[in-house]
Ligand binder design. Structure first.
Ligand code: GAR
Length: 216
């Protein structure tokens, strides 16, 4: 099987995109990133993609009258590139069923919490307010409900005394950079199979869970 043609959708900084670009540089990685699309023209992730020699596009939601027409434009770009898998990496637009269903089981996302806890925005502030001792990140298949869907990889990250949302976010982000390449490898390599709404990893192995220690 050739490498799966993969697009990454971003809105900003693109540090998770960078982790995916770095991981897929290995010729034996089952995914190849063929396109990075941002809905914001100034997104730093576009520079990261260009640096890595990957084609970029801006599909700015503001240029379209509504979500369906914006998503049709995204879809046209992806189909023109022969894309087989789509990764959302800090892509901050809610996608409608039109797009999500078109990419069912071929669309993955990373979220900075241990889903199903703390979906949505302000994740770290809400985790701190709830007093949880661990938070983390989740790579999951996308369904129409925001930040929900079959879980592929998770990492648990401790909440430490004196954390504020920024400190906690930075610790979780390190875990994200480890988890997303693993998740993409499992999906692109055909090892992550969905049974019911749970992901089963080929070979009977447990789905990957990673614990990140404070001194990481
Ligand atoms: C990451 O922390 C990602 O998990 C989060 O946005 C950040 C993007 O950072 N995504 C969400 O909150 C999605 N609900 P990055 O641009 O440096 O990868």
């Amino acid at each position: 099987m050739g490498r799966r043609r993969t697009a990454v959708l971003i809105s900003g900084r693109g540090s998770n995109l960078q982790a995916l670009l770095d991981a897929t540089r290995a010729p034996d990685h089952p995914a190849e990133i063929v396109r990075v699309i941002s809905n914001r023209a100034g997104a730093f992730g576009l520079e990261r993609a260009a640096q890595a020699g990957v084609a970029t596009s801006v599909v700015a939601h503001r240029d379209y009258p509504d979500r369906p027409s914006f998503e049709r434009a995204l879809q046209e770009r992806l189909l023109a590139d022969g894309v087989e898998l789509v990764c959302l990496a800090g892509f901050m637009r809610v996608l409608t069923p039109y797009f999500v269903d078109a990419w069912r089981d071929r669309l993955i996302n990373i979220h900075p919490s241990l889903l199903p806890a703390f979906p949505g925005l302000d994740t770290h502030a809400r985790a701190l307010a709830a007093g949880v001792r661990f938070t983390g990140c989740t790579v999951h298949f996308v369904r129409t409900e925001v930040d929900l869907g079959p879980i592929i990889v998770q990492a648990a990250v401790p909440v430490l005394e004196g954390d504020d949302p920024e400190r906690l976010a930075a610790r979780v982000l390190e875990a994200e950079h480890r988890c997303y390449p693993i998740g993409l490898r499992l999906v692109a390599g055909g090892q992550a199979r969905i049974e019911g709404e749970r992901v089963v990893i080929a070979g009977g192995a447990h789905p990957p869970g990673i614990t990140i220690h404070p001194d990481l």
